[in-house]
Write a protein that binds this ligand. Structure first.
Ligand code: NAD
Length: 262
């Protein structure tokens, strides 16, 4: 058991990568606060965690709203008495239109940077005092390979994920002497509902071709699975990584290398 009796908050834990992290951590003995934008989705995963014999709390909160984030952290401390691990996983692009610089409205920029960068800042700011008190903490920020190797012009989202890399190294520097490690994961394309919006309006054939294109962009010639990102998160949440901080780990099947063309 790599996380026995630890307490973790996983944002965006209702599905995809976040859900896989919740279940992987629970399997290692961790109690889990499952956050999602809407509490119903979080409850389903919290029930799965409980069925594995661990404690769980479902909290609906928008990570880009500081009052909701602070309330989530207060509820966590009230129930569990501490926070050992924060996984800043909530994110995506489904709540915006556009992507190229000329189509990106002020509102889209603010919303997407709000969810994907400010949300991570707000969650870190809220948990750090509790981690400092115990002189223990593991913060894992989910960035994206798109921050350094964009597959398409999506300027708000990729810029926010680039900011996450910088947030990670800055917080790691600030918090190292408090025994709080801060690291980031950069997933390549992973099979999840992340792509749902992009698939809207595509036929089944077009959808298949879209996923095939994503497979072929990766040197390993396949998209990743949520569980493969959860494995990296487990390493960063456990004592296996006790002397690692400020790192941004590529988890992209070989990206940013280009695939062989033979
Ligand atoms: P997903 O769409 O399946 O899950 C995203 C989760 O974030 C959902 O549970 C959603 O409710 C939650 N969320 C969105 N906005 C939120 C908000 N404001 N407050 C609270 N929760 C919110 O996508 P996923 O693939 O599991 O994505 C997880 C993370 O991985 C995201 O940060 C995403 O940007 C990142 N990522 C995904 C991929 C990919 O290809 N799937 C690639 C690189 C990075």
């Amino acid at each position: 058991m790599l996380l026995k009796n630890r307490v973790a908050i996983v944002t965006g834990g209702a599905k995809g990568i976040g859900r896989a992290i919740c279940l992987r951590f629970a399997g290692e003995g961790c109690d889990i606060v499952v956050n999602a934008l809407h509490v119903e989705g979080a409850r389903k995963v919290a029930d799965e965690v409980k069925a594995m014999g661990r404690e769980s709390l479902a909290i609906g909160a928008d990570v880009s709203n500081s009052a909701e984030v602070n309330d989530m952290v207060e509820q966590t401390v009230k129930k569990f008495g501490k926070i050992d691990i924060l996984v800043n996983n909530a994110g995506g692009i489904s709540q915006a239109t556009g992507g190229g610089i000329e189509n990106t409205t002020d509102e889209d920029w603010d919303r997407i940077v709000g969810i994907n960068l400010k949300g991570q800042f707000l969650c870190c700011r809220a948990v750090v005092p509790h981690m400092k008190k115990n002189r223990y903490g593991k913060i894992i920020n989910v960035s994206s390979m798109g921050a350094i190797h964009p597959p398409a012009p999506i300027v708000h989202y990729h810029s926010a994920k680039g900011g996450v890399i910088s947030l990670t190294s800055n917080l790691a520097f600030e918090l190292a002497r408090e025994n709080i490690t801060v690291n980031a994961i950069l997933p390549g394309p992973v099979r999840s509902e992340f792509f749902t919006e992009m698939l809207k309006g595509m036929s089944e054939e077009e959808g298949k071709a879209f996923f095939k294109m994503l497979d072929n962009r990766v040197p390993m010639l396949r998209m990743g699975m949520p569980e493969e990102i959860a494995g990296v998160a487990l390493f960063l949440a456990s004592e296996l990584s006790s002397y690692v901080t400020g790192e941004s780990i590529n988890a992209g099947g070989g990206l940013p290398l280009t695939p062989r063309d033979d």
